[in-house]
Write a protein that binds this ligand. Structure first.
Ligand code: NAD
Length: 356
């Protein structure tokens, strides 16, 4: 079934307020999740709600948290999110870090101990809207690792995403936003919910053999995701773990024995004022010139077009804005089931959904 963006947002709002989020926090989180669905990243859309509900129920995710924003030292800011909803914590942390950008033309943020920050591209878009270049490195702790280091048959770190963007007229263009695994774990969950196989190369089974069956990983955490690009992606994922976990101080996945159960993110963000290097117009001119230069390259065999990072998400947003956002029945069932634990009625929740 496909649903309107507005009705899915209201549905997510009510679920989040049922979990205990204030109206304003629920709005930030629901807008974030539905935007992830809109951009085609269902792995980081409303399908995350059951996990958030269980984390809130178990006291591992705290609604309406006030983060500790340590006073900035030079360009460096540290924010402890104290396990608050990451979508809101990360924006507050970026706002805090950006206060030092006027003086230093750069701000470096270490966000620690945050609830899931979900689609990391959101933070590049947030910085680009304020005219800044940004790079974000995120590690994932609170559950056993998911991604096998190159050559290993067991997982050693998680899907450790990276996002970066240039600001062009307030837009993130281009916007690179990727997990350092071949796919985000949520895509394995979505394939399992839909009863689909995943492409060969995404997963290895518990014996280290390449597999297309998402169920052992999605349902029992057996096997491992593969890092993208063999040893290179594996090395990048490993360094994201070190930058976000060891350097920014939020712990690496090696702390799995003493971190509470859940999904927690740490993020190292580098936010750069482009006017420190050149006039804004000149940086924009060069960025767009290069953008068009790449776009003009002839397509390879089997490819219709040369896409820049961020273009698939823009195309998905346009399509889903007009045709509706697909949500599978199993994902809705899981959301309704967990919401029931917070006293929300299935009938009134489902009544909010409007078919597109
Ligand atoms: P993906 O593989 O769909 O896309 C990765 C990047 O490649 C994007 O920038 C996209 O625009 C670009 N791209 C895709 N197809 C392209 C093409 N044909 N030509 C040129 N560029 C192309 O994304 P993913 O790696 O599966 O990540 C999905 C989402 O998961 C991201 O939003 C990421 O932030 C999020 N994530 C979050 C966490 C977390 O813990 N918070 C962990 C992992 C991933």
């Amino acid at each position: 079934m496909k649903y309107t963006k507005a009705s899915l947002t209201e549905f997510a709002n009510q679920v989040l307020m049922g979990f205990g989020c204030s109206e304003s926090e629920a709005e930030i989180v629901s807008n974030h999740l539905v935007l992830a669905n809109l951009t085609g990243h269902d792995s980081h859309g409303i399908g995350m709600l059951p996990m958030y509900g269980l984390q809130v129920r178990d006291g591992n995710l705290i609604p309406n948290q006030t983060p500790d924003c340590h006073p900035s030292v030079g360009a460096i800011s540290i924010v402890d999110a104290k396990r608050g909803f990451g979508h809101r914590m990360a924006l507050l942390a970026l706002d805090h870090a950006m206060q030092s950008i006027g003086e230093h033309r750069v701000a470096i943020l270490g966000l620690r101990n945050s609830g899931h920050v979900s689609r990391v591209g959101t933070y590049s878009e947030y910085c680009a809207a304020k005219g800044y270049v940004s790079l974000h490195f995120v590690n994932v702790v609170g559950h056993p690792p998911l991604v096998a280091p190159y050559g290993a048959r067991e997982p050693g770190f998680s899907t450790n995403p990276i996002s970066m963007a240039m600001p062009v007229d307030g837009q993130a263009k281009p916007l690179l936003d990727l997990a350092t695994s071949t796919v985000a774990f949520g895509k394995i969950r979505v394939a399992s919910n839909k009863g689909e196989q995943v492409p060969l190369g995404n997963l290895i089974d518990a014996n280290g053999v390449p597999s297309t069956d998402p169920d052992p990983m999605a349902l029992r955490r057996e096997g491992a995701l593969s890092a993208f690009g063999e040893h290179k992606g594996s090395g990048l994922g490993l360094f994201v773990e070190l930058l976000a976990g060891a350097l920014a101080g939020g712990e690496t996945v090696a702390a799995e024995n003493y971190i509470p159960e859940g999904v927690f993110n740490n993020m190292l963000s580098i936010i750069i004022d482009p006017t420190a290097f050149n006039s804004r117009d000149e940086v924009t001119r060069r960025t767009l010139e290069f953008y068009e230069y790449i776009k003009a390259k002839p397509a390879a065999q089997g490819s219709d077009d040369v896409l820049m990072p961020g273009e698939p998400e823009l195309a998905s947003s346009e399509k889903r804005s007009s045709e509706g956002i697909p949500v599978d029945a199993e994902t809705l069932r899981q959301i309704v089931e967990v919401s029931g634990e917070f006293g929300l009625q299935e009938k009134s929740l489902r009544a909010l959904l409007v078919a597109a």
